[in-house]
Design a protein around this ligand. Structure first.
Ligand SMILES: [Mg+2]
Length: 221
């Protein structure tokens, strides 16, 4: 189990800029939760004669040339992802039902979108895309594990704070920093969801926004 991580100063500054509120809070990731990611990344890889080597939840070590089982080097994957986000941030498709579910939940809950989006210049494109879909909630950008940011966001809020994210690394980090969080692992892509074994701290593993909204409603503070 990982150690709790501190919130980054640049993330804390974004948290402090939010309006004060004592309403219950949902902290929701964007990629593969609100916006499709894996489907776009797969198109991007195929156009470059690359592919996922396995439908497994990691990028480094899991992207290679078509017809070759050798993974690309970590530095090549890092550069590929940066150019991918520059290409796709303004045009990702919404995961079906996300806007309707989040807007219904927003009648009772505050909602903050916490995203690890590479390239700070891509944030305005993402905010504009989400706003055009009717998803007008604050977007906070983080890098690395999310536990510190989630604990800082939860301070002063009634329990439970809800955390929705696809990444097992982020969920482990939140479990270390805020074990009382209600943790929903949301993976839109059915192939990657099928290979995910939910950790003990995951309260719901899903790829369905209706199921997510019902589950959260059943856990009202
Ligand atoms: Mg994500």
């Amino acid at each position: 189990m990982p150690e709790p991580t501190p919130v980054l100063p640049e993330v804390l500054a974004q948290i402090r800029a939010l309006p004060a509120s004592s309403r219950p809070l949902i902290i929701c990731d964007v990629d593969e939760v609100v916006l499709h990611l894996i489907a776009h990344l797969e198109d991007y890889l195929h156009a470059r004669e690359l592919q996922f080597l396995q439908h497994q939840y990691r990028l480094t070590g899991n992207i290679g040339r078509q017809g070759d089982s050798q993974p690309l080097a970590a530095e090549d994957v890092r550069r590929l992802l940066l150019s991918f986000f520059d290409d796709v941030s303004h045009r990702q498709d919404m995961v079906p039902g996300a806007a309707a579910a989040l807007n219904d939940l927003a009648e009772t809950w505050d909602i903050v979108l916490l995203t690890n989006l590479p390239g700070g210049h891509n944030k305005p494109a993402r905010e504009k895309l989400l706003g055009g879909m009717g998803i007008g909630f604050p977007v906070l950008t983080n890098s690395g594990p999310k536990g510190g940011a989630v604990a800082a966001l939860a301070a002063g809020r009634p329990a439970p704070v809800v955390f929705i994210d696809d990444s097992p690394t982020n969920h482990s980090s939140v479990n270390a920093s805020l074990p009382a969080a209600l943790q929903i692992q949301f993976i839109a892509d059915p192939r990657f969801r099928a290979t995910m074994k939910a950790a003990d701290h995951i309260d719901l593993l899903t790829g369905d926004w209706q199921e997510t909204a019902v589950f959260i409603g059943d856990n009202l503070p």
